[in-house]
Structures are given as C-alpha cells and as structure tokens.
Design a protein around this ligand. Structure first.
Ligand code: ZN
Ligand code: FE
Length: 242
C-alpha cells in the first residue's frame, strides 16, 4: 500500500510525500521547496530516501538539493531534461519502471508542458502523479510542445481505470472549473463538481487528488474528441479571464 501526503508549497504547488507502508520507503515528488516537505516527513518520523521529479520547472525542483543535503536522498527525474536539472542523478523515461520499496511505478513520457515531462504511474496502487500535465478539470499550458502532444497525453490518461487517483502539481481547480463550466455548461456532473469545489475553496481546503473517473466526467481537455477540439480549448483557456 501507498500512503500519500499532500504538502502545500510555494503559492499554489503541491508536493507529494509518498510512503510504501510495507517497507517504509519514502520519497517526495516535485518538492518546490524543502522546508514544508522536511517538516511533514519529520512530523511522521519518516526518512526521505528519494526525490522524484516530473519536469524541470523551479516550482517543482527548487527544494530538491536541500532535501538531498538534509537526508541523502537520491534524485530521479526525466533524462530528457538532464541539462536543465543540475541536481539530477538517475534519469528515466518512457517505459522505465522505478521502485519505491516494494511498489513499482511505470514512467510515462508526457511532453507538451515541457519537452521532457514525465508522469509516474503506480498501477497496483492505482495512483498517478501527473505534475503539470493533467490537473483537476484542466491541463498544463503548452510551453515546450504542441497541442497534438498534450492531446495524446490526455488520451493516455483517459484510458486508465476510472478509480485511478490523480495527484497533480497545483491547486488550479477552481479557475480550471470556471473555464470548464463556460465551455460545457450543460454538463450536470461538472456543474455539481464546481459547486463542491467552491465550497471546499471557501473553507480553505484542497481539491486534489482527483480521479480519472471524475476527470472523464468533467474535464473538457480529457473529454476532447479530436486534437482540433483540444487545441481550441487550450487556446480558449489561455485567453480566459474568469
Ligand atoms: Zn511546470
Ligand atoms: Fe508548475
């Protein structure tokens, strides 16, 4: 089993502290800063032995060196972004399998937000860490890739089992949801979800993780049927003031 702790960092990032309960092996995904992550581990008596990175952006990598220095953790991330991640030790890519204790994760290449972006999928635990590709009711901006790539990523995510939990890199749900409702106002599941998200945010609570099933029901980017439709949605969200 995996125990997964959400650690809010910076203004709206989430780092994820992940523990294999059988072996006690613990790692952190995308530590944008070190302090809150080290505190969350210390509060539980956990020793972080690895840092896993989804992409090179500083809001995902910024705490990695300090965590390594404090704990001796090994740093793993996208081989394709090695030149941009100076702390990277072990580089991985599509088809690689990485272990956390006895739990295995498949590495997916999911380019578009950045050219070498990866995701980590724990198939047995039904959990996927999507970084800045799939968000609750949204998807990542295209900084180093094109709509066809990100559409392909969405298709891969949409094919995962509905119960798969999705752990993404930001609390963007409310603004994503406002855009989603604007393009799909007749979607009852979406409207209901948005009301729940508004309640959670008003109470200062997080809205992730989400699930593939909820995203298939409400996320316009995951629901897009063609790359053209996806591309229109992505451009619309980039311009959306909601
Ligand atoms: Zn990013
Ligand atoms: Fe980010």
């Amino acid at each position: 089993m995996l125990e997964i702790v959400r650690v809010p960092v910076l203004s709206d990032n989430y780092s994820w502290l992940v523990r294999d309960t059988g072996s006690g092996a613990t790692m952190v995904i995308d530590p944008g800063e070190a302090g809150p992550v080290l505190d969350a581990a210390a509060a539980r008596g956990w020793r972080i032995e690895a840092v896993w990175l989804t992409h090179w952006h500083p809001d995902h990598v910024g705490g990695a060196a300090a965590i390594r220095d404090a704990t001796g953790a090994a740093i793993l991330g996208p081989e394709a972004e090695r030149v941009k991640i100076d702390v990277l030790e072990q580089g991985v890519g599509e088809g690689d399998r990485v272990m956390l204790g006895d739990q295995q994760a498949a590495v997916l290449s999911v380019p578009g937000h950045t050219a070498g972006h990866i995701a980590f999928h724990f198939e047995e635990a039904a959990a996927i860490f999507t970084g800045d590709t799939l968000f609750a009711m949204g998807c990542g901006r295209l900084f180093e890739g094109d709509a066809a790539q990100m559409f392909g990523n969405m298709q891969r995510y949409a094919a995962l089992p509905d119960g798969t939990k999705v752990y993404c890199g930001h609390e963007y749900t409310q603004s994503n949801g406002r855009f989603a409702v604007s393009v799909d106002p007749g979607n009852d599941a979406l409207v209901a979800r948005m009301a729940q998200v508004d309640r959670l945010r008003a109470a200062g609570e997080a809205t992730v993780p989400t699930t593939i099933g909820d995203e298939r029901a409400t996320n316009p980017f995951l629901r897009a049927g063609t790359v053209e439709e996806f591309s229109r949605l992505r451009a619309g969200k980039d311009a959306f003031k909601g």
